[in-house]
Design a protein around this ligand. Structure first.
Ligand code: MLT
Length: 239
């Protein structure tokens, strides 16, 4: 039997070029900060997250009484309960609750991969748990970075490279694309010190200018949780 593939897609706009290869599972990655915040939410007891792409959808949910988180340009959109800081999801008042979430890039990436049956949420904060989940599943996997408005971003690529390298090391997966090789080498250069390596990354600068250093530290610290959020219908739950 041939070994399943693991490949890296840098940004959502490149996704249509990759899906021809018929992956069985997609991992949506937005290290700074959407997928890290989603992991933090499930780690702290949130029961369901509904990712939506647009503010209009978010407003509709809010008008129907849902708790809604909305972020644009790194900030909470005025009139919404929450933004995209992982720490805001740790509040015990959200335990057992459903939260609707829209962010600049992360939730768009999740919804870009609509037609694939299986989608999970990956980040550095749940890195080992995601690698184990994928390794046990042994299916062909596409690692989808969220980027910034469809432009390449370092932190998602490094996280994708980490997952790819872990799976390739098992000997049970193979990869063919140059994007996967590039991601792997970026990861190998960054893995000793994500914080230092990503000092100059554009979104890290953006968040630092908004005084969100604590969020950056949280998001760049690997393996803080074993949760693997998975998609079921139009929402995310803990696997
Ligand atoms: C996004 O989805 O673009 C990011 O999570 C933005 C942010 O850090 O708030």
């Amino acid at each position: 039997m041939s070994r399943p593939r693991v490949e890296v897609c840098f940004t959502p706009n490149l996704y249509p070029l990759h899906i021809e290869d018929e992956y069985e599972i997609v991992v949506a990655i937005d290290v700074l900060r959407a997928t890290s915040a989603i992991c933090a939410a499930f780690e702290h007891g949130v029961s369901k997250i509904i990712p939506v792409s647009t503010l209009d959808e978010a407003i509709e949910y809010r008008d129907n009484g849902y708790i809604v988180a909305a972020e644009r340009k790194g900030q909470i959109v005025s009139g919404f309960d929450l933004g995209n800081s992982p720490y805001s999801y740790m509040d015990p008042k959200y335990k057992g609750k459903t939260i609707v979430l829209t962010t600049t890039n992360g939730t768009r990436a999740i919804n870009t991969a609509k037609h694939v049956n299986d989608l999970i949420i990956g980040s550095l904060v749940n890195l080992d748990a995601v690698c184990k989940y994928l390794s046990d599943l042994n299916k062909s996997v596409l690692l989808l970075g969220s980027g910034w408005k469809n432009k390449f971003c370092l932190e998602d690529t490094i996280c994708a490279g980490a997952i790819a390298e872990n799976l390739l090391k098992t000997g049970n997966f193979h990869s063919e694309n140059d994007s996967s090789i590039a991601a792997k080498y970026l990861y190998l250069s960054a893995s000793e010190n994500y914080f230092g390596f990503l000092k100059a990354s554009s979104h890290r600068r953006r968040l630092r200018d908004l005084n969100l250093n604590e969020d950056i530290k949280y998001c760049l610290t690997p393996n803080q949780t074993n949760v693997v959020p998975i998609r079921e219908k139009n929402y995310l739950i803990k696997a």
